[in-house]
Every structure is written in structure tokens, then in C-alpha cells.
Design a protein around this ligand. Structure first.
Ligand code: KIV
Ligand code: ZN
Length: 523
């Protein structure tokens, strides 16, 4: 892959908003450690801009943006701000440790619906507020992006006026959000073309697109806009985001790469071989599992079931593969390590799959690997990835630990669970009944932790093939008003269920209700 400069006219800037818009997915809240881990992975992947949060939304968001700005070494670090002085000040302070790489992303809704029902403002007042916000932000940082929220439903003439005015005020990126996922590829491309024709100073800014997936068109719309001249795409890993999500980074990047014929000399800085590792990290941290048939990074993305396909793929992979699994970092399903493999071999294999695990984390993964090797004959890449995720995930939240559990259940028996948890060196044991063993375990954990969790979703997947495969349980649990994700991994699925439920309870204890930027009082 050839690298191009960020200012090259064919370079498409990849602006990742997993940590801001992605975090709006219900239950996807992350703590600072987890955000830092994802930010490191995004830099390894080569994203140009990381939107790290919305600093005015909460102290937690502010601290996360600041910590990511401090940690970052290559990416531009952006924070979101409404078009208000107090938001912009807070954002500037948060991105400051990134120095010249700090960006303030200011937004204000422009569509008739939002003007009338949300803001109660006339067109001229919107332009005035947007210009004042950009002008002010520009006094604090040199890199200012402006987003007219709900741009795709804004009258095009008015949108052009707004865009012209904010560029004049100093915005170096103008984003055209399809906030509610209403756009259609042809129309959206026409809108970009219209702005390029109509706005006389458009060459002084980069046109960005930000598509939501309500009609399943976020990637298609973004690609269409790039063909029309947009040179920044805002997206999230795995397409996570509120409602139906955002444009999926892995899909939009591979769309441009695989279909070079449609995009001319357009390039990105993404090192695609890290896509899979980054996708798994985000799944693991957010607890949001992917459907098996998810493009690029889903379990079935490179699986060939039918005999005819397999025959063709064996003779020449291009018969049925438009990209190789290796090109996006998907590990092969070979048995990789055995009981006698050492730490160096493990580190080597992990790094080959794009997981940089060092120090204590590597020791913990190695210990877990040895334990697993005692229980399971063949250890696959998938097993290793699951172990890494477990260690990474467990590192930041370990208030309560599961020491052991025991269940009895059956078609004619009342399910009963006895659970022993540990906290700060003290052990607590309790028992409960339930509709089944998982419910009984959850009830016993609730009794010990003095909480009440409602399991809203429960999923079990086999990490690899085989009867002794590890089972990975993902749950979404509502505790008071907070929905949190939990994960557990074990060769015993009942044990995995207990770990997943406890993981969610631990996470709930440090999370507060997430403030949606749209819920903050409107200026
Ligand atoms: O969807 C949207 O409009 C946004 C903006 C703040 C860019 O997320
Ligand atoms: Zn959005």
C-alpha cells in the first residue's frame, strides 16, 4: 500500500467516531481505560482522526478525551461541541494535550424541522450562531470542523449558505451529516456535487460525510459521496452507533480498496490487516456482538459452505473471494499452539494477528492459555483471541470476582445455584432458585451484590469448532436505568453465563446514564 500525505487531493481522511457516536449505542458505554485501549488500536489501524468524545457531556467524557489526546501520537484528536462558548471552551481544553493535532468539531442543526421544533430559530439566526461558534473555536485551535446537523434534510440553498459562511469563518472541514439515515446514494452524491458547484469557497475546506444506517445505506451513501468528491468519511468500527448505527469503517475502507475501478486514485491510510483485531476489540469492550454474516469481519465473511464454492476457492480463491481473509487480518482456523508452547510463541502468534499484548497483560493471557490447554486439546486462533479479550476486558472492572459456582437443574427439578464471589479479599456465598440455571445464578449474584439486574439479551456462541470448544456468552443487563453489556468465556457454558452476568453487574457499578448530545438543553 502506498502512503499519501493527508493533504493529497485523492486522500480520503478516515474519521473514526466509535468513541463518540459509537458510544451512543445502548449499552456500549466504555470507561477511560477501555477508550484508551480502543484509541491505541485505532492509531495502529491508521485512522486519521479519532473523535474521542463530547467533553461537555460529562466529566467522564472530558477526562477520556483529554487522556486520549495525551496518549495519542499520530491521529488528530477531535472533540464534539455544540455551537456554544461553554462547549467550545471545554472541548478546547480537552483536546489541548494533542497540541497541533487537536480539532474542535462544532455542530448546529440546520433543517427546517430542527429549526422550528428543536431550536426555535430562524435561518439568519442559525447562520449567525454557526459563524460565531466557528470564529470563536478558531481562536482556540487551528483545526475546526463544522457540522450542520440533519444536513441531508436541509433545503440545499440554505445548506450552501451555511457552508459558505462557516468556511469563511475558518472551518477547514465541513461535514454533511445524514443524521437520521434518510439519504439515498444518488441524491446524497448530488448534494455533494451541488455544494461543490454552488459554494464559491468550497476549495478552502474538506468535504466530509457522516451517514447513519437507518435504511441500511450508510456505507453506500458514504461511498457515493466519495465518488462525488467528499474527502473525509466519518465512521465507526463495526458500524456501531445509536439506532441502526453509523457507516462501518471496515466496509467503507474495503469498498474503496476492492473497487479501485470505481474510485480512481483515491487512497486511505488504513492498514487493513489490523481491521479484524480492531473489530474484535470493539466487540469485546462494548459487549456488542456482530451477526455472523457481517461483511469483512463477521464469522462467516470468508466461510465457504457449498461444495461447488469450496472447489473453486481451492483452485483459485478469486473465483469466490474478492479479497483475502489475510488482507483484513482474519486469522486462519488452524490449530496454532499446544500445551507446551511458550510465552514467546504466544506473543508471536498474537502479534501476527494484530494484537499487541505485552507485560502483565501477556502474562495473564499466558496463564489463561495454559489453563485452557489443560482442558482443551486443540487451541485455535479463535481461542487465543477470546482469551485476549477476556483479559483486556477484565482488567478495568474487577470489583466482584467469581470464585466458583454450582448449579442443579433439569426438566423435573427447580433450578438452584450456589455462588461464591470475592471482593477486596473477602468471600461471600449465597444461593437462589430460578427459571433455569442462568436465572438462578443471576438471582444469587443479585443477592450477594444487593442489586437487581434484568437480562435483556443473552447470546451464546461457540468460539471455535469441536465439542470441547469454549462458549462465549454475551449479555445485556439493565441495572436501574443503565443498560450494560457483559461477557464471559469458559468451556462450561453455565460458568460462562455466570461470568458474563457478573461482568455486567461490575460494569453497571461504575457507569451512569449516558447523556445523548441531543438531550442536553438546547441553546
Ligand atoms: O449524526 C449527526 O448529525 C452527528 C453530528 C453531531 C455530526 O453525529
Ligand atoms: Zn451521528
Amino acid at each position: 500500500m502506498t502512503t499519501t500525505s493527508i493533504s493529497d487531493s485523492n486522500r480520503v481522511i478516515i474519521f473514526d467516531t466509535t468513541l463518540r457516536d459509537g458510544e451512543q449505542s445502548p449499552g456500549a458505554s466504555m470507561n477511560i481505560e477501555e477508550k484508551l485501549e480502543i484509541a491505541r488500536s485505532l492509531e495502529r489501524l491508521g485512522v486519521d482522526v479519532i473523535e474521542a468524545g463530547f467533553p461537555i457531556a460529562s466529566d467522564g467524557d472530558f477526562e477520556a478525551v483529554q487522556a486520549i489526546a495525551k496518549q495519542s501520537t499520530t491521529a488528530i484528536i477531535a472533540g464534539l461541541a455544540r455551537s456554544l462558548t461553554k462547549d467550545i471552551d471545554r472541548c478546547a481544553e480537552a483536546v489541548k494535550p494533542a497540541g497541533d493535532r487537536g480539532r474542535i468539531h462544532v455542530f448546529l442543526a440546520t433543517s427546517a424541522l430542527h429549526r422550528e421544533f428543536k431550536l426555535g430559530k430562524a435561518k439568519d439566526e442559525i447562520i449567525k450562531q454557526a459563524v460565531e461558534a466557528v470564529t470563536y473555536a478558531k481562536t482556540l485551535v487551528h483545526d475546526v470542523e463544522f457540522s450542520p446537523e440533519d444536513a441531508s434534510r436541509t433545503e440545499p440553498e440554505f445548506l450552501a449558505e451555511v457552508v459558505q459562511a462557516v468556511i469563511e469563518a475558518g472551518a477547514s472541514t465541513v461535514n454533511i451529516p445524514d443524521t437520521v439515515g434518510y439519504a439515498y446514494p444518488d441524491d446524497y452524491a448530488d448534494l455533494i456535487t451541488y455544494l461543490r458547484d454552488r459554494v464559491s469557497n468550497i476549495d478552502q475546506a474538506r468535504i466530509s460525510v457522516h451517514c447513519h444506517n437507518d435504511l441500511g445505506l450508510a456505507v453506500a451513501n458514504s461511498l457515493s459521496a466519495v465518488r462525488a468528491g467528499a474527502r473525509q468519511v466519518e465512521c465507526t468500527i463495526n458500524g456501531i452507533g445509536e439506532r441502526a448505527g453509523n457507516c462501518a469503517l471496515e466496509e467503507v475502507v474495503m469498498g474503496m480498496r476492492v473497487r479501485k475501478d470505481m474510485f480512481g486514485d483515491v487512497t486511505t491510510n488504513i492498514k487493513a490487516e489490523h481491521l479484524f483485531a480492531c473489530s474484535r476489540l470493539v466487540q469485546s469492550i462494548t459487549g456488542l456482538p456482530l451477526q455472523r454474516n457481517k461483511a469483512i469481519v463477521g464469522d462467516n465473511a470468508f466461510a465457504h459452505e457449498s461444495g461447488i464454492h469450496q472447489h473453486g476457492v481451492m483452485k483459485n480463491p478469486e473465483c469466490y473471494e474478492i479479497m483475502t481473509p489475510q488482507s483484513v487480518g482474519v486469522p486462519q482456523t488452524n490449530m496454532v499452539l499446544g500445551k507446551h508452547s511458550g510465552r514467546a510463541a504466544l506473543a508471536d502468534r498474537l502479534s501476527g494477528m494484530g494484537f499487541e499484548v505485552e507485560g502483565d497483560a501477556l502474562n495473564n493471557v499466558f496463564t489463561a492459555f495454559k489453563e485452557l490447554a489443560d482442558r482443551k486439546k486443540d487451541i485455535y486462533d479463535g481461542d487465543l483471541i477470546a482469551l485476549v479479550e477476556q483479559v483486556v476486558r477484565g482488567r478495568s472492572v474487577s470489583a466482584w470476582e467469581l470464585e466458583w459456582l454450582q448449579t442443579t437443574s433439569g426438566t423435573e427439578a427447580i433450578a438452584t445455584a450456589t455462588v461464591r464471589l470475592c471482593k477486596d479479599g473477602e468471600a461471600f456465598t449465597d444461593a437462589a432458585t430460578g427459571d433455569g440455571p442462568v436465572n438462578a445464578i443471576a438471582n444469587a449474584i443479585d443477592r450477594i451484590c444487593s442489586v437487581h439486574g434484568e437480562i435483556e439479551d443473552y447470546r451464546l456462541r461457540s468460539v471455535t469448532k469441536g465439542r470441547d470448544a469454549q462458549g462465549e456468552v454475551s449479555v445485556r443487563v439493565k441495572v436501574d436505568d443503565v443498560v450494560v453489556g457483559g461477557k464471559g468465556l469458559s468451556t462450561d457454558v453455565v460458568h460462562a453465563s455466570g461470568l458474563a452476568y457478573l461482568d455486567a453487574i461490575n460494569r453497571a457499578s461504575f457507569q451512569t446514564v449516558k447523556t445523548d448530545f441531543r438531550d442536553l438543553s438546547v441553546p
